[in-house]
Design a protein around this ligand. Structure first.
Ligand SMILES: Cc1cc2nc3c(=O)[nH]c(=O)nc-3n(C[C@H](O)[C@H](O)[C@H](O)COP(=O)(O)O)c2cc1C
Length: 236
């Protein structure tokens, strides 16, 4: 494949310090190594107001939104990208609010899009729960939005990391081998997407791999929460 323009939009308020970035980072690295042109936007850094839904961008001024904020800069980037990576932690079973606001503000694009240009869409998400099913609503949303090739989109795969909060804990405890394998798989997914145009089921599963049994995970979470509460109680 030729040089691909990749736009990653990370909706985590933790930006580059968060769990989502721990997966997104190596994924994008894998694409860069294959020569892709990669740009990351953090929604937290952007001033993007909610859609007012008066549809002036369809009728009065087709393709133009009168709200003068950072969406003016984001829309051309979305339009030009060959790959868009939607990255978000799971918040109440969905993406974060600010990322959804950005998504909604794409309405003017539907007047401007060239449907002959194929765009690949990828989801990168992390959550606290042990269960992979925590991502089901996001996957359904991605498929509903980007699952129809006639619209010019292709849903090229998802990197889903449940038990995400344990990655940092495991690294702190020196149990790096398992977590490193997750990061390696995320990187492989990036090079796979760049070279083959999609992420294989096998590599996706490696990113989502079980880090510990369910009971042990929830017990460790409970202990960690107790410790955090105690630590807060002690602070002046
Ligand atoms: C407001 C809020 C809502 C959340 N909702 C969920 C949820 O519904 N399910 C879940 O498993 N984790 C939930 N989480 C946990 C985050 O998804 C998880 O910690 C994630 O890895 C954070 O990623 P980040 O560090 O990139 O922001 C929630 C966290 C917050 C702050």
């Amino acid at each position: 494949m030729g040089l691909m323009k990749v736009l990653a939009i990370n909706g985590s308020p933790h930006k580059d310090e968060g769990n989502t970035a721990m997966i997104l980072g190596p994924f994008l690295e894998g694409m860069k190594e294959e020569g892709c042109d990669v740009e990351v936007l953090f929604v937290k850094d952007l001033d993007i107001k909610p859609c007012n839904a008066d549809m002036s961008c369809w009728f009065a001024n087709p393709g133009t939104c009168y709200q003068l904020d950072d969406m003016q800069m984001v829309l051309p980037k979305i339009k030009e990208a060959d790959v868009i990576v939607w990255a978000s932690p799971v918040y109440y079973s969905g993406m974060t609010g600010p990322l959804k606001i950005l998504m909604d503000r794409q309405v003017p694009l539907s007047m401007l899009r060239n449907r002959a240009k194929k765009q690949k869409m990828v989801l990168v998400s992390t959550c606290s729960a042990w269960e992979l099913s925590m991502f089901d609503p996001l996957i359904v949303q991605m498929k509903a939005l980007y699952g129809n090739p006639e619209e010019g989109y292709e849903f090229a795969g998802a990197l889903l990391r449940p038990m995400a909060d344990s990655m940092r804990e495991m690294i702190k405890a020196g149990e790096t081998a398992m977590v490193d394998r997750v990061f390696l798989a995320a990187k492989k997914a990036g090079s796979q997407l760049a070279k083959e145009g999609r992420i294989s089921e096998e590599v996706s599963q490696q990113v989502s791999r079980e880090l510990m049994p369910r009971d042990a995970y929830y017990k460790a979470m409970e202990l960690a929460l107790d410790q955090m509460k105690k630590a807060v109680g002690k602070s002046p």
